[in-house]
Design a protein around this ligand. Structure first.
Ligand code: KIV
Ligand code: ZN
Length: 504
């Protein structure tokens, strides 16, 4: 059975505290969501501001493949504005719970019902597809809710939605309300679940199992307060979980991670590391027992394969590490060790782990080079020439010469500062050779004064989504940055070269 994915990242998601998008940003997100395969994009609430109106208009004019819907109150002006923004489909809502009626709307139940019916009839008279939401449905008197849904269905609504506005429902109650609503309306029913008790996805899943055919969701689960049901969690749960009915969606799951990262970046909302499907740690393994299991058969500790959602497995080492996982990580970088050397490296890792340190691939390689000596670690890329010029009134300019596996390459470029110019020049070479890009760059001062030491941390990503991080410490920001980048590039190229060797 197909479940319709109604994405509200650009409406409820944008209501996340601290988020406010420009029309261009909203359009670029809409294009990403369309490419991901959502069925509907809730583009915004056109009446709230000129910028919002413009954004919705830009999205409705883009000719995307999915349907575009806009939010309206049960007010004619909102509906007219939605039509002016090019919408053919509205999501109109009014609160129906006694607490909202008394303290927010100052209306009786009958008055709210009348407004709901009027809005649906008006929307239909303007030729729109109308989805009606009874805001705070899960705290609404159950008999009154049935009446509201039955009456808006009679008034011509095309779809109805059950919002769990403050995340107050349990999966069981969501199922009951869904069954009621399907029965009294005979319309397609959506569920809109908030995550105040961490139950949004469970509630949405339960609504779907009880007959809802559509879920309102957001990327990364963003939204008011604790957010909404997350698109990535719900779509993967529908598709993959074994103890429930099987559903399909139109989501192209391999694009999930990329979309999540894009939206996190553009909205400035970090994804928590332990977030299911898209968090940094979702496909990472550190403990010896887990890493050993995953190396033998990934299904031991991975319920779904990371590739299914556009990700890669990452192994970490730390105080829980075992020899198998650590050797596997070292082998990824072409480092071969004897049993004795492995034990020595592992002992050092455990000492650092006991001091509370997390050991990245960068530190692992530097510990390995302490034990094996530098020649134990192969370097494919060598920096053979470098200069940078900067000053007032001239744009910083860098020249970089790299020897990559025996061949010389030259890159030159400008930048907003000397570091930027140097990194751009390097990227010009490496981008051409193996589509490497510098993904993150971090600079910290680790002592005071004009001779302060700086620490540069970077991560480099290749076209297949492999990510390697690297760190360098030095006195000069520019050369330290270049060193960190060259180190990162070495590691990722080494990893890639070894993989290619294994395949051939
Ligand atoms: O959570 C909610 O109730 C909403 C409504 C606008 C449907 O977002
Ligand atoms: Zn909501």
């Amino acid at each position: 059975m197909k479940v319709r994915i109604f994405d509200t990242t650009l409406r409820d998601g944008e209501q996340t505290i601290g988020v406010s998008l420009s029309p261009d940003q909203k359009l670029s997100i809409a294009k990403k969501l369309d490419a991901l395969g959502v069925d509907v994009i809730e583009a915004g609430f056109p009446v709230i501001s000129e910028g919002e109106f413009k954004a919705v208009k830009m999205i409705t004019s883009e000719g995307l493949s999915c349907e575009i819907v806009g939010l309206t109150r049960t007010i004619k002006k909102d509906i007219d504005t939605a039509v002016d923004a090019g919408l053919k489909y509205i999501h109109t809502f009014i609160a129906t719970s006694d607490i909202h009626l008394e303290y927010k709307l100052k209306m009786t139940r009958e008055q709210a019902l009348e407004k709901a019916i009027e809005a649906v009839e008006y929307g239909k008279s303007r030729g729109l597809q109308v989805e009606f939401s009874a805001e705070d449905a899960t705290r609404t008197d159950r008999e009154f809710l049935k009446k509201v849904f039955a009456d808006v269905a009679k008034a011509g609504a095309d779809r109805v939605n059950i919002p769990d506005t403050v995340g107050y429902s349990t999966p069981e109650y969501m199922a009951e309300l869904t069954r009621d609503t399907v029965k009294v309306t005979k319309l397609p029913v959506s569920v809109h679940c908030h995550n105040d008790f961490g139950l949004a996805v469970a509630n949405a899943l339960s609504g779907i199992n009880a007959g809802a055919s559509c879920a309102h969701v957001t990327i990364n689960g963003i939204g008011e307060r604790a957010g909404n049901a997350s698109l990535e969690e719900l779509s993967m749960a529908l598709q993959c979980l074994p103890h429930q009915q099987k559903y399909e969606t139109n989501i192209k799951s391999q694009l999930i991670y990329d979309t999540s990262r894009y939206i996190s970046k553009i909205m400035g909302i970090k994804v928590q590391p332990n977030k299911a499907i898209v968090g940094d740690n979702a496909f990472g393994h550190e403990s010896g027992i887990h890493t050993h299991g995953v190396l033998n058969n990934p299904l031991t500790y991975e319920p779904i394969s990371p590739e299914l959602v556009g990700r890669k497995r990452r192994l970490y080492v730390g105080k829980h590490a075992g020899i198998h996982g650590m050797n596997a990580m070292l082998e990824e970088f072409g480092v071969k060790t004897t049993e004795e050397q492995s034990q020595q490296i592992l002992d050092k890792i455990k000492v650092l782990g006991d001091q509370g340190k997390q050991i990245t691939d960068v530190e692992l390689l530097s510990i390995a080079s302490d034990v094996l000596g530098e020649k134990g670690i192969k370097r494919i890329v060598q920096l053979t020439g470098f200069s940078v010029s900067t000053g007032i009134g001239t744009m910083p300019y860098a020249f970089v010469k790299l020897n990559i596996d025996g061949k010389e390459f030259i890159g030159t470029d400008h930048g907003v500062g000397p570091v930027d110019a140097a990194l751009n020049a390097i990227q010009k070479i490496t981008g051409k050779i193996s589509e490497l890009r510098i993904k993150d760059y971090g600079l910290a001062s680790i002592s005071g004064g004009s001779t302060a030491l700086c620490e540069v941390t970077i991560s480099v990503e290749d076209a297949q989504g492999n990510i390697v991080s690297s760190k360098a410490v030095g006195e000069d920001i520019v050369t330290t940055s270049v060193q960190a980048v060259i180190d990162g590039i070495n590691r990722i190229m080494l990893k890639k070269m070894l993989k290619e060797k294994q395949v051939n």
